[in-house]
Design a protein around this ligand. Structure first.
Ligand code: GLN
Length: 293
């Protein structure tokens, strides 16, 4: 990266580049390592300038300050090493909520919106259920459910204090008050039974080759790795959810595309009823659901 010709070679001189030039430079700089170079470059310039995408075009001739140019050069350099865009801008959108993320949290994925959709399909609009989100991370699932079901009470649980700090900030940012935050491992901090348990637990096999590619290289192992067969956390949750659910309570779990059968048979083995597996938009098994009695 350092050898790359850039408009930032003289960062002491201000102004050093226009938005249009900076954008073109960033796209070229990222093409070697990113398949989404244009989108990445636009996102980083938007982050640095605070401009919208439409403003980027309109303000092409607008000059960046030396500090902005230097910040952009640093972020482009980090992106070129593969660091996820969401960790560089500290945000990712999920369920139309702009969420703060950090390297202590998994970056929310679009496929997790399927879990939210399936949960909402099962939660009547007028009930005041208690819903526990285990391993909440940045709170994507918990916050989406709290927003869509304001009468429900959502308990966001995570073992990692730095992560709980992020989900709390996200709740404040979106003015969601029907949510509480508890630190602990899976069900451990729950003091009473709940109507629904949801989770996107770590489910990747420890030796999965896709851990060597893309964003996952930078995400925390504790949010990704599920043991030799990827099912360690899921086994624990399925084995214990019944002790924390009301008899007709519902368990919903996200899992890997090739784990649907295994998760559903675990649910069967533990005596749950109404077991079903749902596919994501790529038609791959992604979310399994069952009832506690
Ligand atoms: N869906 C993520 C991936 O495959 C993994 C998320 C998880 O382990 N909970 O990259």
């Amino acid at each position: 990266m350092t050898a790359m010709p850039t408009p930032y070679s003289n960062t002491n001189a201000a102004p050093v580049a226009t938005i249009g030039i900076a954008l073109r430079w960033a796209i070229v700089a990222l093409r070697k390592t990113s398949t989404t170079a244009q989108l990445d470059a636009e996102t980083l310039v938007m982050h640095i300038t605070g401009f919208s995408r439409a403003e980027l075009v309109a303000r092409g001739p607008h000059e960046l300050s030396a500090a902005q140019a230097a910040d952009l050069a640093r972020l482009v350099e980090r992106r070129a090493t593969g660091e996820p865009i969401a960790y560089l801008t500290h945000t990712r959108e999920f369920w139309s909520l702009e969420l703060m993320v950090s390297p202590s949290t998994l970056i929310p994925r679009p496929e997790t919106e399927l879990l939210v959709e399936q949960a909402l399909a099962l939660i009547p609009t007028d009930v005041a259920w208690t819903i526990a989100d285990l391993g909440t991370g940045c709170g994507a699932i918990a916050l989406a459910l709290a927003k869509e079901r304001p009468r429900c009470h959502v308990v966001a649980i995570d073992n990692v204090p730095a992560t709980l700090d992020i989900v709390q900030k996200n709740a404040w940012r979106h003015k969601l008050k029907n949510i509480e935050f508890l630190q602990g491992s899976w069900f451990e901090p729950l003091a009473a039974r709940v109507n629904m348990v949801v989770s996107n637990p770590p489910y990747i096999r420890n030796d999965d080759p896709h851990l060597a590619w893309g964003d996952v290289r930078f995400e925390p192992d504790y949010a990704l790795l599920g043991g030799v067969d990827g099912l360690d956390a899921i086994r624990h949750i399925v084995a214990h959810a019944k002790d924390y659910l009301y008899p007709d309570g519902i368990l919903l779990l996200e899992h890997g595309y090739d784990q649907g059968m295994a998760v559903c048979s675990l649910m069967q083995h533990h005596g749950y009823s109404d077991i079903a597996c749902h596919q994501d938009i790529a038609c791959r098994d992604r979310v399994s659901v069952c009832q506690g009695r």
